[in-house]
Design a protein around this ligand. Structure first.
Ligand code: PMP
Length: 294
């Protein structure tokens, strides 16, 4: 879904992917010391729109701040360049992946230089559109005292790759990771919500990544007068839920059929999650009055 001929944005210029060069002596490559983002562009009635683009680039800035990677770029400029990149690649809807690279040296201290690269490609829903089957992973969500949990740092994703690989080897679509205290945290690259008796619950911040889709779900739920409780969730509470779903920019909102082979009792179509899934879709496509037309 992306080729050598694809245009990418690199430090102020548009270049063909094939003409970019990776610094083999870079800290980012050796140590995973890079910050990334994931944004979606939707083909809306009002034209191509980045959904919450500003928030995503501000989060990229925060990720860099958290770990000492210089971030000298203005958000407005990055948004403008992202739209130009979409146009150059003839993309009407896309997944956009900005990445900040740093450090032409092999030391373990921050460097003064950094580069920003923005990639974009057409990408369907990350976990598909059907209900998914998940499993409790033997891998844990990275310890928040090791790497800040609200930073999207490249090296953290080794843990996500291990968890997903282990889960798919056992025939599941996705892994649910516990935090280092044994509470339910999230999926490898998505946040988790459960429904019980008409209310939604989601793990409180602290160990989980503060997903922008998670935040959007909180906003939609508020507009729909649905209670959402952010708290610690035990594996038993997860297994005893009426329904559950995952949220993320690449994924959107996807319902979970079963965990470790045990089906959630509520029909997905009847869940609060399904209602929120429709509202989220309408919101990203900029359909007006999304809370009325769901
Ligand atoms: N958790 C992790 C570890 C992620 O990488 C992502 C995707 N960035 C999410 C959750 C979901 O976040 P968002 O809704 O902002 O895409």
């Amino acid at each position: 879904y992306f080729g050598k001929n694809t245009w990418v944005y690199l430090d102020g210029e548009f270049v063909k992917a094939d003409n970019t060069r990776i610094d083999v002596f870079g800290q980012s490559l050796h140590y995973g010391y890079a910050a990334i983002e994931g944004i979606r562009a939707y083909n809306t009635h009002n034209g191509i729109r980045l959904f919450k683009g500003e928030q995503h680039y501000e989060r990229l800035r925060l990720s860099c701040d958290r770990v000492g990677i210089p971030f000298p770029w203005e958000t407005d400029l990055l948004i403008e360049k992202t739209y130009q990149l979409l146009e150059k690649n003839n993309l009407r809807s896309a997944y956009v992946r900005p990445m900040v690279l740093t450090g032409h040296n092999m030391y373990l201290t921050p460097s003064e230089d950094s580069s920003i690269v923005i990639l974009a490609w057409e990408w369907g829903p990350f976990l598909g559109t059907d209900l998914i089957h998940v499993t409790c992973s033997p891998y844990q969500r990275p310890n928040p005292h090791a790497i800040p949990p609200d930073a999207k740092i490249a090296g953290q994703y080794v843990a996500s790759i291990l968890a997903t690989t282990e889960a798919t080897k056992r025939g599941y679509d996705e892994a649910i990771l516990m935090d280092s205290e044994g509470h339910v945290a999230q999926a490898s690259s998505n946040n988790l919500f459960i429904e019980k008796d008409g209310r939604l619950y989601t793990p409180a911040l602290g160990h989980v990544f503060p997903g922008i889709t998670r935040q959007t779900v909180l906003e939609i739920a508020k507009a729909l007068n649905v209670d959402v409780i952010e708290k610690q969730i035990s594996p038993e509470e997860l297994k005893n839920a009426d329904s559950a779903f995952l949220t993320g920019t690449a994924t959107g909102i996807v319902g979970i059929a079963a965990i470790d082979g045990t089906h959630f009792p509520e029909e997905w179509a009847d869940t609060v999650g399904a209602t929120i899934q429709r509202a989220y879709k309408n919101l990203t496509l900029e359909k007006e009055n999304y809370e009325v037309i769901i």
